[in-house]
Design a protein around this ligand. Structure first.
Ligand code: SF4
Length: 451
């Protein structure tokens, strides 16, 4: 496949994106305002091959990548718009944008306080999250950006620029030391941003040492990525694509289960020749591709979209894995779908596909106590309820225990729900509160030790 250079646009370049010229000046101004607060980045491949410009603004990939007016509340939008209209300087506009971001729950589900481990001296191990016993998440600093940004991204708050190789080397040492001392960990999830924005030589610095005998307990290496959608040429024509393919092969040959946790939102992302060639090339290494993505209003809140996406994935050898509920952060007012509707969409999509495409779990909320799945709506002893269960829990003992919430047609997240049958608390609530308090106390101690 012909080599294609990577070319990207950010907020500064809105006026240079040729197809946007068909929008009105008012629409372009709205984009400028929204992208002042929330990150915006799109590349030429997405513009040329994924967006159907004849359908804009309703086109799902346009909604997925371009800022939309409804993503900010009127008050937030008007505040930034007024500053532009008054000719305010850059610093003033950025200060207002910063204030607004703080109001958007930038780190949902207690990620900062509860998931970051500390060393013996109480220092936070930046870049590592260890929430569930057997799985460690690692955020390499050079992987904290993406080939394009999703408008609904729940990690929107952590996009930072690339960092020096020196920092990467010390990060790799910290990760390896941590894993060496935690033999209960079987799974490492490399995540971001998108670790596939990194050069292969950097990825190799983190991953290749894990093939040594002292990391035999790390059985599975997962890499979270949206590159298969946003920049499949990463696996095809990029300078170091061949090195990346060989690295994946070596890891598989060394006995690791290597899984690309591919983020997909719409079947259209799977249709281009480059996307299909990249999928084939990765599968030929022996790595598995598992697909996951959230249910998002304006993009994929339609059972037919999910059914076609899952069937296409299966036909390409990808395993459908998760159907997430949009997190309670960022522009969620624009994108969220009530749990009751989410379950309906999931169910109707499942009904349309064959058995091999019914492997996606969901609708699943990645909440602070754990991953909670809505299993269904039922009527029990005269009460309409949601049937819930933990797919993952801070305490492994919670996993797979069904529990029940009062039915609420508007609820969009776990914290909107109330226990059913007149119960005052969830079965896990006291234990979770104690775990949380203990973690936060350690966090406070860490702060005072560091001070
Ligand atoms: S690819 Fe993932 S991390 Fe990157 S913007 Fe999209 S949702 Fe966020």
């Amino acid at each position: 496949m012909a080599h294609r250079p990577f070319s990207v646009f950010t907020q500064r370049d809105l006026d240079r994106i040729e197809p946007l010229s068909r929008l009105t000046p008012a629409q372009r101004f709205e984009m400028k305002v929204v992208s002042t607060v929330l990150p915006f980045r799109v590349n030429q491949y997405v513009i040329d091959e994924l967006i159907d410009w004849s359908q804009v603004p309703d086109d799902p990939i346009f909604q997925l990548t371009f800022p939309q007016r409804g993503m900010l509340t009127d008050a937030h939008f008007d505040r930034i718009a007024a500053l532009y209209q008054a000719g305010a300087d850059k610093a003033e506009i950025e200060a207002a944008a910063h204030d607004i971001r703080l109001e958007l729950n930038p780190h949902p589900a207690d990620q900062m306080e509860m998931n970051m481990p500390r060393d013996a001296a109480g220092n936070r191990l930046e870049g590592i999250q260890h929430k569930y016993r057997e799985t460690v998440l690692f955020f390499p600093s050079q992987g904290q950006t993406c080939h394009s940004y999703c408008t609904f991204c729940f990690r929107w708050a952590q996009f930072v620029g690339d960092k020096a190789l020196r920092i990467a080397a010390s990060e790799a040492r910290m990760l390896h030391d941590y894993l060496r001392h935690h033999d209960e960990v079987t799974d490492l999830l490399f995540t971001g941003g998108d670790p596939m924005v990194m050069k292969t030589k950097h990825l190799q610095g983190y991953l290749e040492p894990l093939l040594a005998a002292d990391f035999d307990h790390i059985q599975t290496i997962r890499i979270g990525t949206k590159a298969l959608s946003f920049w499949p040429h990463r696996f095809l024509g990029a300078d170091d694509a061949d090195d990346l393919i060989r690295l994946l092969e070596r890891m598989v040959k060394a006995g690791k289960h290597v899984a690309l946790m591919a983020h997909y939102n719409h079947w259209r992302e799977l249709e281009t020749p480059a996307a299909r060639a990249a999928i084939q090339r990765i599968r030929a290494t022996g790595a598995v591709i598992r697909a996951q993505g959230p249910l998002i209003a304006h993009i994929n809140d339609d059972p037919a979209v999910w059914a076609r996406m899952w069937q296409t994935q299966v036909s390409l050898g990808i395993v459908p894995y998760y159907f997430f509920v949009e997190r309670d952060t960022g522009a969620r007012n624009y994108f969220e779908v009530p749990l009751a509707r989410a379950w309906q969409i999931y169910r109707e999509a499942m009904q349309q596909v064959s058995g091999l495409a019914r492997t996606a779990r969901g609708p699943s909320m990645s909440a602070s106590p754990g991953k909670v799945e809505v299993q269904g709506v039922a009527e029990i002893a005269g009460e309409k309820v949601f049937v819930l269960r933990f797919i993952q829990g801070r305490n492994p003992d919670w996993v797979q225990r069904p529990f029940f919430a009062r039915y609420d047609e508007q609820a969009t997240w776990l914290h909107h729900l109330k226990p059913a049958f007149g119960e005052e608390k969830w079965f896990w609530e006291d234990e979770y509160a104690a775990l949380r308090e203990a973690k936060l106390a350690i966090a406070d101690e860490g702060v005072s030790l560091a001070a």
